[in-house]
Ligand binder design. Structure first.
Ligand SMILES: [Cu+2]
Length: 269
Protein backbone atom coordinates (compact mmCIF):
# COMPACT_ATOMS: atom_id res chain seq x y z
CA UNK A 1 0.00 0.00 0.00
CA UNK A 2 2.73 2.37 1.04
CA UNK A 3 4.86 1.59 -2.05
CA UNK A 4 1.94 2.24 -4.35
CA UNK A 5 1.16 5.64 -2.82
CA UNK A 6 4.80 6.74 -2.81
CA UNK A 7 5.06 5.71 -6.47
CA UNK A 8 1.96 7.82 -7.21
CA UNK A 9 3.56 10.80 -5.47
CA UNK A 10 6.78 10.33 -7.47
CA UNK A 11 4.81 10.10 -10.71
CA UNK A 12 2.91 13.29 -9.88
CA UNK A 13 6.16 15.10 -9.07
CA UNK A 14 7.74 13.92 -12.34
CA UNK A 15 4.69 15.08 -14.33
CA UNK A 16 4.78 18.47 -12.61
CA UNK A 17 8.49 18.90 -13.25
CA UNK A 18 8.05 17.95 -16.93
CA UNK A 19 5.23 20.49 -17.29
CA UNK A 20 7.42 23.16 -15.71
CA UNK A 21 10.46 22.33 -17.84
CA UNK A 22 8.60 22.13 -21.15
CA UNK A 23 6.94 25.48 -20.50
CA UNK A 24 10.05 26.96 -18.91
CA UNK A 25 10.82 30.43 -20.27
CA UNK A 26 10.84 34.03 -19.11
CA UNK A 27 9.33 37.45 -19.72
CA UNK A 28 7.86 38.12 -23.13
CA UNK A 29 8.36 34.50 -24.18
CA UNK A 30 6.44 33.28 -21.14
CA UNK A 31 3.63 35.62 -22.05
CA UNK A 32 3.55 34.32 -25.64
CA UNK A 33 3.58 30.69 -24.53
CA UNK A 34 1.36 30.87 -21.48
CA UNK A 35 -2.14 29.52 -21.68
CA UNK A 36 -3.81 32.71 -20.52
CA UNK A 37 -5.93 30.76 -18.02
CA UNK A 38 -8.24 29.61 -20.79
CA UNK A 39 -7.97 32.66 -23.02
CA UNK A 40 -6.15 32.88 -26.34
CA UNK A 41 -3.37 35.43 -26.72
CA UNK A 42 -4.82 38.70 -28.01
CA UNK A 43 -3.53 39.88 -31.37
CA UNK A 44 -4.76 43.46 -30.98
CA UNK A 45 -3.55 46.33 -28.82
CA UNK A 46 -7.02 46.56 -27.25
CA UNK A 47 -7.17 42.81 -26.58
CA UNK A 48 -4.27 43.15 -24.11
CA UNK A 49 -6.49 45.33 -21.88
CA UNK A 50 -9.22 42.69 -21.80
CA UNK A 51 -6.66 39.92 -21.32
CA UNK A 52 -5.24 41.72 -18.27
CA UNK A 53 -8.73 42.18 -16.78
CA UNK A 54 -9.36 38.47 -17.30
CA UNK A 55 -6.11 37.52 -15.56
CA UNK A 56 -6.84 39.92 -12.69
CA UNK A 57 -10.41 38.68 -12.10
CA UNK A 58 -9.31 35.05 -12.35
CA UNK A 59 -6.52 35.68 -9.83
CA UNK A 60 -9.01 37.40 -7.50
CA UNK A 61 -11.47 34.50 -7.85
CA UNK A 62 -8.67 31.98 -7.19
CA UNK A 63 -7.56 33.90 -4.09
CA UNK A 64 -11.15 33.95 -2.74
CA UNK A 65 -11.55 30.25 -3.57
CA UNK A 66 -8.30 29.21 -1.85
CA UNK A 67 -9.19 31.42 1.11
CA UNK A 68 -12.53 29.66 1.51
CA UNK A 69 -11.00 26.18 1.24
CA UNK A 70 -8.41 27.20 3.82
CA UNK A 71 -11.10 28.41 6.27
CA UNK A 72 -13.11 25.22 5.72
CA UNK A 73 -9.99 23.10 6.32
CA UNK A 74 -9.13 25.01 9.51
CA UNK A 75 -12.68 24.57 10.85
CA UNK A 76 -12.83 20.90 9.96
CA UNK A 77 -9.50 20.13 11.58
CA UNK A 78 -9.64 22.45 14.61
CA UNK A 79 -13.29 22.15 15.56
CA UNK A 80 -13.97 18.46 15.08
CA UNK A 81 -15.71 16.61 17.90
CA UNK A 82 -13.35 16.06 20.78
CA UNK A 83 -15.67 15.15 23.65
CA UNK A 84 -19.29 14.77 24.55
CA UNK A 85 -19.33 18.31 25.90
CA UNK A 86 -21.32 20.77 23.80
CA UNK A 87 -19.09 23.59 22.45
CA UNK A 88 -19.80 27.22 23.36
CA UNK A 89 -23.00 28.33 21.55
CA UNK A 90 -22.38 31.75 19.94
CA UNK A 91 -25.27 33.64 18.32
CA UNK A 92 -23.34 36.32 16.49
CA UNK A 93 -19.94 37.87 16.07
CA UNK A 94 -20.23 41.48 15.04
CA UNK A 95 -16.62 42.09 13.88
CA UNK A 96 -16.70 39.02 11.62
CA UNK A 97 -20.10 39.94 10.21
CA UNK A 98 -18.92 43.48 9.42
CA UNK A 99 -15.77 42.00 7.86
CA UNK A 100 -17.62 39.59 5.56
CA UNK A 101 -19.92 42.40 4.44
CA UNK A 102 -17.16 44.89 3.71
CA UNK A 103 -14.55 42.58 2.15
CA UNK A 104 -16.78 41.31 -0.74
CA UNK A 105 -17.91 44.88 -1.35
CA UNK A 106 -14.29 46.03 -1.66
CA UNK A 107 -13.48 43.10 -4.01
CA UNK A 108 -16.47 43.93 -6.25
CA UNK A 109 -15.65 47.66 -6.22
CA UNK A 110 -12.05 46.98 -7.33
CA UNK A 111 -13.18 44.56 -10.09
CA UNK A 112 -15.83 47.06 -11.22
CA UNK A 113 -13.27 49.87 -11.32
CA UNK A 114 -10.84 47.96 -13.54
CA UNK A 115 -13.65 46.69 -15.77
CA UNK A 116 -15.08 50.19 -16.28
CA UNK A 117 -11.65 51.71 -16.97
CA UNK A 118 -10.77 48.89 -19.41
CA UNK A 119 -14.13 49.10 -21.15
CA UNK A 120 -13.81 52.85 -21.67
CA UNK A 121 -10.31 52.37 -23.04
CA UNK A 122 -11.39 49.66 -25.50
CA UNK A 123 -14.56 51.50 -26.61
CA UNK A 124 -12.74 54.76 -27.28
CA UNK A 125 -13.14 56.16 -30.80
CA UNK A 126 -10.44 58.34 -32.32
CA UNK A 127 -10.89 61.29 -34.67
CA UNK A 128 -8.91 59.85 -37.55
CA UNK A 129 -8.75 56.05 -37.71
CA UNK A 130 -6.35 54.71 -40.37
CA UNK A 131 -8.84 52.39 -42.07
CA UNK A 132 -12.65 52.25 -41.98
CA UNK A 133 -14.42 48.94 -42.55
CA UNK A 134 -18.18 48.56 -42.90
CA UNK A 135 -19.24 45.16 -41.56
CA UNK A 136 -22.62 43.84 -42.66
CA UNK A 137 -23.92 40.66 -41.08
CA UNK A 138 -26.84 39.19 -42.99
CA UNK A 139 -28.69 35.89 -43.14
CA UNK A 140 -26.33 34.06 -43.57
CA UNK A 141 -22.97 35.54 -44.24
CA UNK A 142 -20.80 38.63 -44.07
CA UNK A 143 -20.02 41.58 -46.26
CA UNK A 144 -16.93 43.71 -45.66
CA UNK A 145 -16.93 47.21 -47.13
CA UNK A 146 -13.57 48.92 -47.48
CA UNK A 147 -15.10 52.37 -47.13
CA UNK A 148 -11.91 54.35 -47.89
CA UNK A 149 -11.25 52.47 -51.11
CA UNK A 150 -14.83 51.87 -52.19
CA UNK A 151 -14.58 48.11 -52.63
CA UNK A 152 -16.36 45.29 -50.94
CA UNK A 153 -16.23 41.55 -50.40
CA UNK A 154 -19.32 39.43 -49.84
CA UNK A 155 -19.26 35.88 -48.52
CA UNK A 156 -21.49 33.63 -50.61
CA UNK A 157 -24.40 32.28 -48.58
CA UNK A 158 -25.04 29.82 -47.24
CA UNK A 159 -21.72 28.03 -47.09
CA UNK A 160 -19.96 28.77 -50.36
CA UNK A 161 -17.06 31.17 -50.54
CA UNK A 162 -15.88 32.24 -47.11
CA UNK A 163 -15.74 35.98 -46.57
CA UNK A 164 -12.18 37.15 -45.92
CA UNK A 165 -11.42 40.42 -44.20
CA UNK A 166 -7.87 41.67 -44.83
CA UNK A 167 -6.49 44.28 -42.48
CA UNK A 168 -3.14 46.09 -42.34
CA UNK A 169 -1.04 45.38 -39.25
CA UNK A 170 -0.49 48.10 -36.61
CA UNK A 171 -3.15 50.39 -38.09
CA UNK A 172 -6.14 51.65 -36.18
CA UNK A 173 -9.20 50.09 -37.82
CA UNK A 174 -12.68 51.50 -37.32
CA UNK A 175 -15.45 48.93 -37.72
CA UNK A 176 -18.95 50.15 -38.48
CA UNK A 177 -21.49 47.35 -38.21
CA UNK A 178 -25.03 46.94 -39.38
CA UNK A 179 -27.51 44.29 -40.44
CA UNK A 180 -30.42 44.25 -42.91
CA UNK A 181 -32.33 41.47 -41.13
CA UNK A 182 -31.73 40.12 -37.61
CA UNK A 183 -29.14 40.54 -34.88
CA UNK A 184 -25.78 38.91 -35.61
CA UNK A 185 -22.55 39.19 -33.70
CA UNK A 186 -19.11 39.90 -35.15
CA UNK A 187 -16.64 37.78 -33.24
CA UNK A 188 -12.93 37.20 -33.77
CA UNK A 189 -11.76 35.09 -30.80
CA UNK A 190 -8.10 36.08 -31.26
CA UNK A 191 -9.09 39.77 -31.01
CA UNK A 192 -10.78 38.99 -27.66
CA UNK A 193 -13.60 41.10 -29.02
CA UNK A 194 -17.20 40.54 -29.97
CA UNK A 195 -19.91 43.06 -30.82
CA UNK A 196 -23.54 42.58 -31.84
CA UNK A 197 -24.57 43.61 -35.35
CA UNK A 198 -27.99 45.19 -34.95
CA UNK A 199 -30.50 46.11 -37.69
CA UNK A 200 -31.15 49.86 -37.86
CA UNK A 201 -28.03 50.70 -35.88
CA UNK A 202 -24.41 51.45 -36.68
CA UNK A 203 -22.35 49.85 -33.93
CA UNK A 204 -18.90 51.34 -34.11
CA UNK A 205 -15.61 50.32 -32.49
CA UNK A 206 -11.89 50.47 -33.20
CA UNK A 207 -9.18 47.85 -32.94
CA UNK A 208 -5.49 47.79 -33.78
CA UNK A 209 -4.27 44.36 -34.97
CA UNK A 210 -0.67 43.90 -33.86
CA UNK A 211 0.28 40.52 -35.28
CA UNK A 212 0.36 39.28 -38.87
CA UNK A 213 -1.61 36.07 -39.32
CA UNK A 214 -4.91 34.49 -40.27
CA UNK A 215 -7.62 34.33 -37.62
CA UNK A 216 -10.97 32.63 -37.34
CA UNK A 217 -14.15 34.74 -37.30
CA UNK A 218 -17.65 33.68 -36.29
CA UNK A 219 -21.19 34.93 -35.89
CA UNK A 220 -21.78 34.66 -32.15
CA UNK A 221 -25.51 35.30 -32.13
CA UNK A 222 -27.94 32.55 -33.04
CA UNK A 223 -29.46 34.22 -36.09
CA UNK A 224 -31.46 31.51 -37.80
CA UNK A 225 -31.30 28.25 -39.66
CA UNK A 226 -27.86 28.70 -41.26
CA UNK A 227 -26.20 30.57 -38.42
CA UNK A 228 -23.40 28.01 -38.58
CA UNK A 229 -22.56 29.09 -42.14
CA UNK A 230 -21.56 32.57 -40.95
CA UNK A 231 -17.85 31.83 -40.69
CA UNK A 232 -15.24 34.24 -41.93
CA UNK A 233 -11.51 34.78 -41.81
CA UNK A 234 -9.49 37.79 -40.79
CA UNK A 235 -6.08 38.12 -42.43
CA UNK A 236 -3.76 40.62 -40.82
CA UNK A 237 -1.10 41.53 -43.40
CA UNK A 238 1.68 44.09 -43.94
CA UNK A 239 0.79 47.54 -45.24
CA UNK A 240 2.14 46.74 -48.73
CA UNK A 241 0.28 43.42 -48.93
CA UNK A 242 -2.87 45.27 -47.89
CA UNK A 243 -2.49 47.85 -50.66
CA UNK A 244 -1.91 45.06 -53.19
CA UNK A 245 -5.04 43.29 -51.97
CA UNK A 246 -7.15 46.46 -52.30
CA UNK A 247 -5.83 46.93 -55.85
CA UNK A 248 -6.79 43.38 -56.73
CA UNK A 249 -10.29 44.02 -55.37
CA UNK A 250 -10.56 47.28 -57.33
CA UNK A 251 -9.63 45.45 -60.52
CA UNK A 252 -12.51 43.03 -60.07
CA UNK A 253 -15.95 44.40 -61.06
CA UNK A 254 -17.65 41.99 -58.64
CA UNK A 255 -16.22 43.89 -55.71
CA UNK A 256 -17.34 47.39 -56.73
CA UNK A 257 -19.69 49.06 -54.24
CA UNK A 258 -23.15 47.59 -54.54
CA UNK A 259 -21.78 45.09 -57.05
CA UNK A 260 -23.41 42.42 -54.96
CA UNK A 261 -26.44 43.02 -52.80
CA UNK A 262 -27.23 46.76 -52.80
CA UNK A 263 -29.36 46.35 -49.73
CA UNK A 264 -26.37 45.34 -47.68
CA UNK A 265 -24.24 48.45 -47.97
CA UNK A 266 -23.32 50.10 -44.68
CA UNK A 267 -24.06 53.79 -44.29
CA UNK A 268 -20.88 55.86 -44.68
CA UNK A 269 -20.28 57.73 -41.42
CU1 LIG B 1 -25.45 35.51 -37.79
Amino acid sequence: MRTRSSRAVRLALAAGATALLTSGCTGREAYENSFGLGWPKPVTAEGKTMYDIWLGTTAAAAAVGFGMYLLIAVTVLRDRKKSEELPAQIRYNLPIEVLYTIVPFVIIAVLFFYTAVGENKVNKLTKNPDVRIGVVGFQWNWQFNYLDDKVQVTGAPPAGQEAVLELPVNKRIRFIETSPDVIHSFWVPAFLFKRDVVPGRLNTFELTPTRIGTYVGRCAELCGEKHDAMNFKVKVVSESDYRAYIQRLQASPLNAPNGTGAALTTGDN
